[in-house]
Design a protein. Structure first.
Lengths: 185, 185
DNA sequence: TACAACATGTAAGCGGTTACATGATTCG
DNA sequence: CGAATCATGTAACCGCTTACATGTTGTA
């Protein structure tokens, strides 16, 4: 699912064919760092997106090569992409894949969109940390305490990372106004 | 896979039948907190374990109820369980499910086994933190920096949790010798 | 009377991985 | 001469989830 939205994101600036899209998920690429997508799966996703009306294909014949199927984002696809980029993920486990894909895609659209996404995710994460803290305080079983401590540790770390990413996004969004600014990478 | 080893762990002290094992994965149970196992899947796992020779079933007829199939751990099953409990998980993503199952099971066997498991996992985690740190230092792409920072945050948090769990396990293993001991929960 | 507990399973579908299939061109 | 690149897909399998199937006993 998440990968399909990332594909919509890649098609949002210009139409591209399958093999070209595959290059975005190769070794030593930002997206390839997050998710490994085999050719077979990529074409399957494109087929699904086409069936859902999120993309449309036009065939470009080539001499001595199989014709390319060039995909473009439809209005429905654009709407689906925007909705996806506007909402944070619900579960902690989805941070490492789906949220990173959202973040990558949002950054290609605009710094403001990325900042809004991070802020929304921070809120979800903070709420969950509070919930876990309450559960922890009410727990007495030693093993369940271990489990809750683990989840707390993970979610607190993730929240701090989001806050740091938030700050970094602000720096990128609004470049330094002072001439004595040592921040920003 | 991981759940099947946890089932072997549940059978290590005494033979039990399927429906009885299912209770261990219900609401408000330590194992149910970690993994939700439907009846259908539980019986499927038992079938696989039986086929693999890790457990054997004896049928106990009951009047006016379906006969129980009571499962016992075989020598092969015991060996597989011991091997599983002796090895840490390789990937960070496996901590929240497989490692917690290992930890739960190890704790039912002996405090020493649990302590050894935690120590082994600490080593894996620490190595990965070092590897990530090195990658981070060599990275310049802003998005990949975000990804690496996220992984670092998660793995550092997990490592701290393991160290804390290690300390807690030691306390449980060897109760306080000093009368002025303020630690332990 | 209806629902939960007891006790066992089968079947269908879904998302994902792995392998297979085709066939020309270019580079080492 | 073999390997990588270009360019598209199909087929099989695998683990997991959800729904379905059966039938009794005790409880609200």
């Amino acid at each position: 699912m998440a990968v399909e939205y990332a594909l919509l994101g890649l098609l949002s600036s210009e139409p591209r064919h399958g093999y070209d899209l595959a290059r975005e998920f190769g070794q030593d690429t930002p997206l390839g760092e997050v998710v490994h997508l085999e050719h077979s799966m990529l074409y399957a996703h494109l087929k699904r997106l086409e069936g859902a009306g999120h993309i449309v294909a036009t065939v470009e014949p080539q001499d001595a090569r199989p014709p390319r199927r060039v995909f473009s984002l439809t209005a429905e696809g654009r709407a689906a992409l925007d909705a996806w980029l506007a909402s944070p993920v619900e579960h902690t486990r989805d941070l490492r894949l789906e949220f990173l894909l959202k973040l990558y895609t949002a950054r290609t659209q605009s710094a403001a969109l990325a900042a809004a996404l991070i802020a929304a995710q921070e809120a979800v994460c903070a709420r969950f940390v509070n919930s876990l803290t309450a559960q922890r305080d009410a727990e007495s079983d030693p093993f369940r305490l271990l489990v809750l401590d683990m989840r707390l540790a993970q979610n607190r770390a993730l929240l701090e990372w989001l806050q740091q990413a938030s700050a970094a996004a602000r720096d990128t969004d609004a470049p330094p106004t002072s001439e004595h600014n040592g921040a920003a990478a």
